[in-house]
Design a protein around this ligand. Structure first.
Ligand SMILES: NC(=O)c1ccc[n+]([C@@H]2O[C@H](COP(=O)([O-])OP(=O)(O)OC[C@H]3O[C@@H](n4cnc5c(N)ncnc54)[C@H](O)[C@@H]3O)[C@@H](O)[C@H]2O)c1
Length: 254
C-alpha cells in the first residue's frame, strides 16, 4: 500500500496509459481524481473504481485546467501525485503538407495543456508542502520521426518544460519527472497503425513491433509501473529526469 490515502490526479485517464496508471495507484491505496474529455469514456474506463472522482476537462483550456485542480482539492483536500498524461498524436504529414491547424492543435494539447497542468498543480503542491509529478513525454521527445514533426516537437517541449519546472519546484519539495515510452499497445498505436495501413503499409503492427529490439509494443501497465516508481518515495532523489522505456530502441542512438 505504497500510496495509501495519497491523492493522485491523472489526466488522459480514459486512455490506455492513464487508466493503467490509475488502477495501479488505486491498488496501492490511492484516492483518484481522473480527468478526460468525455464523461462517458471516463466512466467506461474507470469501471469498478467506485471512489474515483471523475472530471471532464479539455487540458488545452486553462479555465478547464484550473477547474479540475480546484475540484480535486475541494473533494480530497490536496494533490500528492499528478500524472500529467493527456496527449494526442495529430495528423502525420511531411512538413510541406502540415497545416497550421494541426500544429496548433498538437502543441495546444501536448505542450500548453501540460504546462497549464503544471502551473496549477505546482501552486497547489507548494501550498501543501510538496508532491510528485510525472509528465508523459515520448521517445518522440528524444528522436526525430518523419511525418511526425508536430508530435515530436511537442514531446521535445515536454522534456524541456519538465527540466525547467523541476528546477523551479525542487526548493518546494516537489519532484518533477518524465517518462518517454516508445509504441504502447493502446488506442494511440491503433490510430497510427490505421494511418500507416491507409497509406499503403502492409502488416503495420508487425512492422512497428519488429523495429523494437524487444520485438513488441509496451503494455500500458509497464509504463504505469515506471510512473508509480517515479511518483513514489523510492524515487525520493530523482527530479528533472526523463526515462526512456522503449524496449531498447533508444540504445541505437546517442
Ligand atoms: N501509445 C503510445 O504508443 C505512446 C507512446 C509514447 C507516448 N505516449 C503518450 O502517452 C500519453 C497517453 O497516451 P495513450 O497511449 O494512453 O493514448 P490514448 O489515446 O489511449 O489516451 C490519451 C487520452 O488523452 C485524452 N485527451 C486527448 N486530448 C485531450 C484534451 N484536450 N483534454 C483532455 N484529455 C485529452 C484522450 O481522450 C485519451 O483518453 C499521451 O501523452 C501520449 O502522447 C503514448
Amino acid at each position: 500500500m505504497e500510496f495509501k490515502d495519497k491523492v493522485v490526479l491523472v489526466t488522459g485517464a480514459a486512455g490506455g496509459i492513464g487508466i493503467a496508471a490509475a488502477r495501479k495507484f488505486a491498488a496501492e491505496g490511492a484516492k483518484l481524481a481522473l480527468v478526460d474529455l468525455k464523461m462517458e469514456a471516463l466512466e467506461k474506463a474507470a469501471a469498478g473504481l467506485d471512489e474515483a472522482l471523475l472530471l471532464t476537462a479539455d487540458v488545452a483550456d486553462e479555465a478547464d485546467v484550473k477547474a479540475y485542480v480546484e475540484q480535486t482539492v475541494a473533494h480530497f483536500g490536496r494533490i500528492d501525485v499528478f500524472v500529467n498524461n493527456a496527449g494526442i498524436n495529430g495528423d502525420f504529414k511531411n512538413i510541406e503538407e502540415q497545416t497550421f491547424e494541426n500544429y496548433s492543435n498538437v502543441l495546444n494539447i501536448n505542450v500548453i495543456g501540460v504546462a497549464m497542468g503544471l502551473k496549477h498543480v505546482v501552486a497547489q503542491m507548494k501550498s501543501q508542502g510538496g508532491g510528485a509529478i510525472v509528465n508523459t513525454a515520448s521517445n518522440g521527445g528524444l528522436l526525430g520521426a518523419p511525418g511526425m514533426s508536430a508530435y515530436v516537437a511537442s514531446k521535445h517541449a515536454v522534456i524541456g518544460i519538465n527540466k525547467s519546472v523541476a528546477l523551479e519546484a525542487a526548493p518546494h519539495k516537489i519532484r518533477v519527472n518524465a517518462v518517454c515510452p516508445s509504441g504502447v499497445d493502446t488506442q494511440m498505436m491503433r490510430s497510427i497503425e490505421e494511418r500507416a495501413t491507409a497509406s499503403g503499409a502492409e502488416n503495420a503492427r508487425e512492422t512497428f513491433e519488429s523495429s523494437v529490439p524487444l520485438g513488441r509494443y509496451a503494455e500500458a501497465d509497464e509504463i504505469a509501473d515506471l510512473m508509480l516508481f517515479l511518483a513514489s518515495d523510492r524515487a525520493s532523489f530523482i527530479t528533472g529526469a526523463y526515462y526512456r522505456i522503449d524496449g531498447g530502441g533508444g540504445a541505437t542512438s546517442v
